[in-house]
Design a protein around this ligand. Structure first.
Ligand code: PLP
Length: 375
């Protein structure tokens, strides 16, 4: 199999699986239990928190484990509007957010919030100025993702943070950084809430984290109960998942420079090979090195993905979370119909090879040469 869909999820390296297995089978104590078998686990959870915080570059006591990126996004938005309930009921976000943010905004609309959804230009770009222009005195929160999961476009979070601090100091900033995880410093971004997820960096599914910054004075708890996660998210810690998360973070931290150089080189090679295929065009001004969006203009993306899938090559027709439905991200770009129909995403990981990209490019060329385009 050739797996070129790392933005959907990533393979788990053996040391990550081993770290999880040890906790599952041997160190299964509940961190809240009083005896050493429990209290030692509590210490280990705090150690793992420090490791994940190191990858994020934030203080460990500001990082809260969650069950996934989706949970982090929902929690951040709800905590932000709660903190700013006296500021107003307006939210600014973009039309290209992950559905974890968009669907939460729709809920908030039903609760009486007004949401401004900023459309990108045809390249998927949204400038900090455009975001700041949309902010009003009653804007409780701005939520803009760091890296778009379908296009690889990187949004100017630190510029937005600076602009908010200057003109709207009460408005809170959330960024869904699930796709950028491992490539940025939370400190440097300057957002009040940062969402990340383990399974995008070689960790297990079902665990993520939410950074909550110091401007959020009294964060609204997500779950009430036994008081875990500093009273903010009760529920027995998912110790094996967290152990795997920390091991994945450690590996990413150790190899960060090497991985980045590798991904940048792969991205350049892939773009060159793919654009050599007739009717293939690039889509979006994505600069994240692990995501590449292109379109085989005129050939429906769903058919391409099925054809390559049958040959053991995994790529995506936009976000895996939108299977079967047209992508709202591609729709927001307002591309010509034939280009929009053919948008596919390749996404890479540290283990991806040039030979795999070559095989994928050849399969795409065969698809172009042997399948009929749409009318
Ligand atoms: N945000 C972005 C940008 C994503 O790409 C994803 C997953 O694809 C999520 C949020 C949701 O993360 P999770 O799958 O951990 O819920």
């Amino acid at each position: 199999m050739i797996y070129l869909d790392h933005a959907a999820t990533t393979p788990i390296p053996r040391p990550v699986a081993d770290a999880m297995l040890e906790v599952l089978t041997e160190q299964y104590g509940n961190p809240s239990s009083q005896y050493p078998f429990g209290s030692e686990m509590k210490k280990r959870v705090e150690g793992w928190r420090e490791t994940v915080a190191a990858l994020l570059d934030c203080p460990a006591d500001r990082l809260h484990f969650t069950s996934c990126g989706t949970e982090g996004d929902n929690w951040a938005l709800r905590a932000a509007v709660w903190q700013n309930r006296h500021v107003g009921r307006h939210i600014v976000t973009t039309a290209v957010e992950h559905s974890a943010v968009l669907e939460c905004c729709k809920w908030l609309e039903r609760d009486g919030y007004e949401v401004t959804y900023l459309a990108p230009d045809q390249d998927g770009v949204i400038s900090a100025e455009r975001v700041l222009e949309a902010v009003r005195p009653d804007t409780a929160v701005v939520s803009v993702m760091l890296v778009n999961n379908e296009l690889g476009t990187v949004y100017p979070i630190s510029g937005i943070a600076r602009g908010l601090a200057a003109a709207h100091p009460k408005t809170l900033l959330h960024t869904d950084a699930v796709q950028g995880f491992g490539t940025f410093s939370a400190k440097a971004l300057g957002a009040d809430f940062v969402t990340v997820s383990a399974h995008k960096i070689g960790g297990p599914k079902g665990v993520g984290a939410l950074y909550i910054g110091p401007r959020v004075k009294n964060p609204r708890p997500l779950l009430a109960g036994g008081g875990q996660e500093r009273g903010l998210r009760s529920g027995t810690e998912a110790t094996a998942q967290i152990a795997g998360f920390a091991k994945a973070a450690e590996l990413r931290l150790e190899n960060r420079e090497r991985d980045r150089a590798h991904l940048e080189a792969l991205h350049a090679v892939a773009l060159e090979k793919l654009l050599g295929i007739p009717d293939m065009v690039s889509v979006g001004a994505g600069t994240a090195p692990h995501i590449l969006a292109v379109s085989l203009a005129g050939w429906p993306a769903g058919n391409i993905v099925n054809d390559l899938g049958a040959q053991g090559i995994c790529i995506s027709a936009g976000s895996a979370c939108h299977q079967g439905k047209p992508s709202h991200v591609v729709a927001a770009l307002n591309l010509p119909k034939r280009v929009a129909a053919g948008v596919i995403r390749l996404s890479f990981g540290p283990g991806t090879t040039e030979a795999e990209i070559d095989a994928c490019a050849q399969a795409l060329r065969r698809h172009h040469d042997t399948r009929m385009p749409m009318l």
